[in-house]
Design a protein around this ligand. Structure first.
Ligand code: ADP
Length: 521
């Protein structure tokens, strides 16, 4: 369909939604959209999305969403509770009865269209994402492309869910394996990838024939609600995708309602390890299938044979993307003692030359704000702790006011510092020394996390040895940014359960059924 015809179709099928003058003001430094397309502010709602409709909380309560770059109010959304969640679950359960009967081909077409709509509206959605989450516009656009990629992938995978016919050991029987949708899937998503974490989960679930009740992070509900509008426009039926918004105060009752409902048969969560463990416990009472994508403490190792310049570039992406606020960010940078000084000096020079802190909406910004004041305080405490224990601040090291923090390089970092032991989730590159491969692999694995690991080496034997020995679900070899929709994403150890993305992602939303047909002569 030509672009303008698509736009016209979108407008015909769009519900008449409010556009807030206060929001227009917040977004007024945003370039006007092309004629025929919606303004960014039209993606901003004051309602949640249940059964294909825009709904308020039954209590009538709302909570405010602020722009982390300037603290300004973006808007308010429903502060839903356990009752609202139970209602959404009932809606999703009813919708599941007919959604599971659709063909894979039908689901595939709708998912594909949903993904296309994300791409067609990428510019506006990116501005919205940056406004509520803070990451620079280019990164938001990257996330939108990544997020749409999951819908494309799962539109394809929907058609490849296949069962088996097993060789029978008994002549009068035939043995089959069916794969069927697991049912209503509860989801809780984080603020650092407010769009892609939704499509990575909901895309797989909907492709499999499941229906969804999703709670987005309280910091970033608008990207989730925008996806609802696009899902509706794509033709995804009412009740298949439901988004329940709530404040942090209500998160635990909404989470509990999802985890403990007998109508919900699958739970998927991305967020902190502490909350993941709690949800896993809550899911025990109904023995739900659970997927968890939790925190990491990624090692980033630079061996003696590495191309140091390439390793510096890799570290820039692995460490400073999203201002260091991703669960796969490099957390402990181990550099061989023979190239330690060179690496530290080159990394600091690149940080000072290439990184620009500011509002993510402003052109040229590479480092947006951290998500909130608490995150800044935590980063300050990490720097303070490291310096007290002997680390040197090579560059950065200070807050820049508001939620901004200077990208920081610390040298002489050791394993006893908080920035080595805990997930930093901010723009601090702490650099440790090592002598031998055996030593550094041992150090890399000496953590309860196991999400991502990276290393730079040009020694082929070492590349295989270390790739196989790292205890993590993802390994980047001579690459610092490795996530793609096509590959499985997930952690070992306390970093999680299950995999998302790739052809494996859909398995999380399928049940296997053995059918034995007997009496055959
Ligand atoms: P962060 O500290 O980075 O926000 P969290 O794990 O706390 O990471 O948050 C990730 C998601 O989990 C968010 O959607 C948040 O609202 C939700 N969440 C936080 N606490 C709970 C809880 N007790 N039960 C259910 N969901 C929760």
């Amino acid at each position: 369909m030509p672009t303008l015809a698509v736009a016209a179709a979108i407008f015909r099928s769009s519900p008449k939604l409010r556009s807030f003058s206060s929001l227009s003001k917040i977004m007024d430094n945003v370039t006007p959209p092309k004629p025929g397309f919606r303004a960014a502010s039209s993606f901003v709602y004051d309602k949640a999305f249940v059964n294909g409709e825009w709904v308020a909380a039954s209590s009538g309560k709302t909570f405010e969403v602020l722009n982390p770059a300037n603290g300004k109010l973006i808007g308010s959304v429903p502060d839903m509770d356990a009752t609202d969640t139970e209602n959404a679950i009932k809606v999703a359960y009813k919708a599941f009865q007919s959604w599971k009967e659709t063909t894979a081909k039908e689901r595939s077409a709708l998912l594909r269209r949903w993904g296309e709509l994300m791409v067609e509206n990428k510019e506006e959605l990116s501005k919205l994402l940056t406004t509520e989450m803070g990451k620079p516009l280019a990164e938001s656009a990257g996330e939108l492309g990544y997020g749409a990629g999951f819908l494309e992938l799962f539109a394809e995978e929907a058609k490849r869910v296949e069962g088996d016919i097993i060789q029978t050991p008994i002549k009068t029987r035939r043995l089959l394996v069916l794969k069927q949708p697991i049912g209503v899937s509860g989801m809780i998503t984080p603020w650092n990838f407010p769009s892609a974490m939704i499509t990575r989960k909901a895309g797989a679930a909907i492709a499999a024939g499941c229906t969804v009740v999703l709670k987005p992070a309280e910091d970033t509900p608008y990207s989730a609600l925008a996806l609802c509008e696009l899902a509706k426009e794509a033709g995804i039926p009412p009740g298949v995708l439901n988004v329940v918004t709530c404040s942090r105060d209500n998160a635990s009752q909404v989470g509990r309602a999802l985890c403990e409902s007998p109508l919900v048969t699958k739970m998927s969560f991305t967020g902190s390890t502490v909350v993941g463990k709690l949800l896993l416990q809550q899911c025990a009472s109904t023995v739900k299938k659970v997927s968890l994508e939790l925190g990491g403490n990624a090692p980033f190792i630079v061996f003696q044979s590495a191309d140091v310049d390439a390793a510096v570039q890799g570290a820039m992406g692995a460490k400073f993307r999203c201002s260091g606020q991703t669960c796969v960010c490099a957390n402990r940078i181990y550099v061989h003692e023979s190239i330690y000084d060179e690496f530290v000096q080159k990394l600091a020079a690149t940080v000072e030359k290439d990184l620009k802190v500011g509002d993510g909406i402003a052109p040229g910004t590479t480092q947006g704000p951290l998500i909130n004041k608490k995150a800044v305080e935590k980063i300050e405490a990490h720097v303070q702790d490291a310096v007290t224990k002997g680390a040197k601040v090579v560059c950065g090291g200070k807050s820049k006011g508001g939620n901004f923090f200077e990208p920081t390089v610390l040298s002489e970092v050791t394993g006893d510092m908080r920035c080595s032991k805990e997930e930093i989730f901010g723009p601090i590159a702490g650099i440790l020394r090592f002598k031998t491969e055996e030593e550094v692999v041992g150090l890399a694995n000496a953590t309860s996390s196991g999400l991502a690991g990276y290393f730079y080496s040009r020694d082929l034997g070492q590349i295989w040895r270390v790739a196989e020995r790292l205890e993590s679900g993802l390994v980047g070899v001579n690459e610092g940014v490795i996530s793609v929709p096509d590959a499985p994403f997930g952690g070992w150890k306390e970093s999680g359960l299950g995999r998302e993305g790739g052809r494996y992602g859909i398995d999380e939303y399928l049940e296997m059924k053995y059918v034995c047909m007997g009496g055959l002569n």
